[in-house]
Design a protein around this ligand. Structure first.
Ligand code: GLY
Length: 379
């Protein structure tokens, strides 16, 4: 991956300074919370309303990145507070699922990497063991969700799971026990085969018969329709396969990440404002800034994996353009609102549009921290 130009480096550092200035004020007035979104510009608190919500690790992750950026102890204390609050989730099996990765990687694993404390190790290993237990030998997939609201999801796997696999890779590295990694690799191989289409677009949900392992159907999930191309799913694919490549050294995963990225870049609007689905009707202007931020962070990881390969530059260039577009057009820089990114979306068909979502902010910060070579890395 090429080095940033002077101009690019200066922009990255200036943007991180703006984030530091805003988030110092915002964090001071939101102590002891786990935010998901904002209501009238102010963060909500999922630690009270939904302690097992899948996004509950991202605020902790954001706090760790801000601690790395600033050295301000307030951010570290808030990150530890989030990790403590997640214990309620760790004691609730129905609240545990494949998203154990999203919850305990940016909190317990990140902290354990820094501080080598036993408590974080214990939490992350409990989460990894639980996640490994979701592997289904028939079909070689990790089950995504539980049967909440009485929907039978025994055979559900989703593209997002590629981002949770690093919890298993980490557990194998930590324990020297290969089982966790073997499960991650088996799932990644299934995802390569069943989720990624010939043109680089991806399915959101693949349903397996949980007894025979046969694929019974694919679902549009949070995207526009069956066979469409949900942009956040595309971003989880770029990023997740790049991570599997970094952990295993397997070229096939990097090639899969690049194939998904090439499709995304071929569908990217001239504005670099990312829709909710690359195949949504042309006259619909629904947008998702989280997909832009995650795509950018994933492209950086892909470029890093390609190393000196000439191909890496086009992915880094696209990542920079996505991040600059967010900075110029989709970030609230004033301290009157708690969030950074605007125009985020939960899904295409629901009513969660044009809102702030915590993981949009997290991946925006993470991507910039990686470009500044300051990021706390899970991997
Ligand atoms: N992992 C669920 C989502 O991306 O909305």
């Amino acid at each position: 991956m090429r080095a940033l130009t002077e101009n690019e480096s200066a922009w990255v550092l200036e943007t991180l300074k703006k984030i530091e200035d805003k988030m110092t004020v915002v964090t001071e007035r939101n102590r002891d919370k786990i935010p998901y979104t904002t209501e009238n510009g102010r963060f909500d608190d999922k630690s009270v309303s939904d302690p097992c919500w899948w996004t509950n690790g991202f605020w902790g992750g954001e706090m760790w990145q801000l601690f790395a950026l600033t050295g301000n102890e307030m951010f570290r204390q808030e990150a530890i507070g989030v990790e403590d609050k997640l214990d309620k989730n760790l004691m609730n099996t129905d609240g545990l699922d494949h998203d154990n990765g999203f919850k305990w990687l940016p909190t317990s694993v990140i902290r354990y990497k820094q501080e080598k404390n036993k408590e974080s190790l214990n939490r992350a290993m409990l989460a990894a063991n639980n996640m490994a237990g979701r592997f289904n030998l028939a079909g070689n997939f990790i089950r995504a969700w539980n049967n909440w609201d009485n929907v039978d999801r025994r055979g559900y796997a989703i593209i997002d799971c590629m981002m949770n696999l690093p919890l298993l890779y980490w557990a194998s590295e930590e324990t020297t026990d290969p089982r966790f990694k073997m499960i991650a690799v088996a799932h990644a191989d299934t995802a390569m085969k069943e989720f990624v289409r010939e043109d680089g677009s991806v399915n959101h949900i693949v349903v397996f018969d949980p007894f025979t392992g046969k694929v019974t159907e694919t679902l549009g999930g949070q995207g526009y329709a069956v066979g469409s191309s949900w942009t956040r799913g595309q971003s989880w694919g770029i990023y997740g396969f790049a991570l599997s490549a970094l952990y295993t050294g397997e070229k096939k995963y990097l090639e899969t990440s690049a194939k998904i990225a090439d499709y995304v870049l071929s569908e990217m609007p001239e504005s670099y404002l990312v829709p909710i689905d690359y195949r949504q009707p042309k006259d619909v202007d629904l947008e998702d800034s989280t997909a832009a931020a995650i795509t950018a962070s994933g492209l950086i990881e892909l470029a890093r994996g390609l190393d000196d390969d000439g191909e890496a530059d086009k992915y880094l260039d696209a990542a920079l353009r996505l991040l600059r577009t967010l900075d110029e057009k989709r970030v609230s820089w004033g301290t009157d609102t708690d969030n950074l990114l605007n125009n985020c979306a939960v899904d295409y068909h629901g009513d969660g549009h044009n809102m702030s979502i915590i993981y949009g902010d997290y991946y925006f910060i993470e991507a910039l921290m990686k470009l500044a070579d300051k990021a706390l890395r899970i991997f």
